[in-house]
Ligand binder design. Sequence first.
Ligand code: PY5
Length: 305
Amino acid sequence: MPIPEVDKIWMDGELVDWKDAKIHLLTHSLHYGSGVFEGIRAYETPRGAAVFRLTDHMKRLFRSAAIYRKPIPFTLEELVEATKVVIRANGLKSCYIRPIAFRGYGEMGLHPMAAPVNVAIAVWPWGAYLGEEGIKHGVRAKVSSFRRNESNSIPTAAKATGQYLNSILAKMEVVEAGYDEAILLNLHGHVADGAGENVFVVRNGVLFTPPTSAGALEGITRDSVMRIAEDMDIPCRERDLVRTDLYIADEAFFTGTAAEVVPIREIDDRVIGDPGPITRRIQEKFFEIVRGGDKAYEHWLEYVD
Ligand code: PY5
């Protein structure tokens, strides 16, 4: 799908026109995938645009950078403010936000310390990543034959551009086979996560999700859902899951910034069914919170104005 263009992109401290947001061909990260990035969303609320857990996302960007020994030449506060600036500059009420910190032009070797670190924040309107239909009625998932990258090869705790080659292989495989989204197992055969989402299953009223040690990204939506479940007195456990735990689940869903909360209706052609009651309750609460409808979670919203 083509990216809907807006006016401005924030690059290294300045707002530049969308069409001028360019980089050199010999940018280190283009060749070696050495960038780190975030995916964040701003939602329309009665008090104007609010970014969901902006500071938490930016903190993860700094953690990803630290893993790759990449000094970000801005403070956390500066990047939080820059995000609001670029949303305001484009007059957006809701949008997807893509901060990226990447090794730039100046070094083509694999010891990239000499390359400068560039930082950019792009925003654009982005609808439901797995489709409106998916949010309402659920998606069809398939376990990919590609395994999640092992964290001692490419750390799964970081959100680095290069590691998405793994997700791209899985996603292409299952979409070309007629499914909506891929689920990846780790090298031990335990469920890690989706191509770009965390995975939850419900069994006998209890919510289960793989631990980060299984290769799941420490998702901000995952954390939000775990806290929502706790507040609803729905027990939630981080536990290793094998693929048959997916097949026999009473309910299953994906969480992620781009995807949001998406029921899974089928896994490997085993029918899970229509979105179940726990999935529905959590999904409804999530959308209520991000749109400013629940005062108890107000601290997760960072207003643009
Ligand atoms: N797992 C993986 C592999 C992810 O890429 C993502 C986010 C998540 C889990 C969920 O994390 P969070 O809840 O913090 O978003 N994926 C990105 C996103 O913006 C990129 C998707 C194309 O949702």
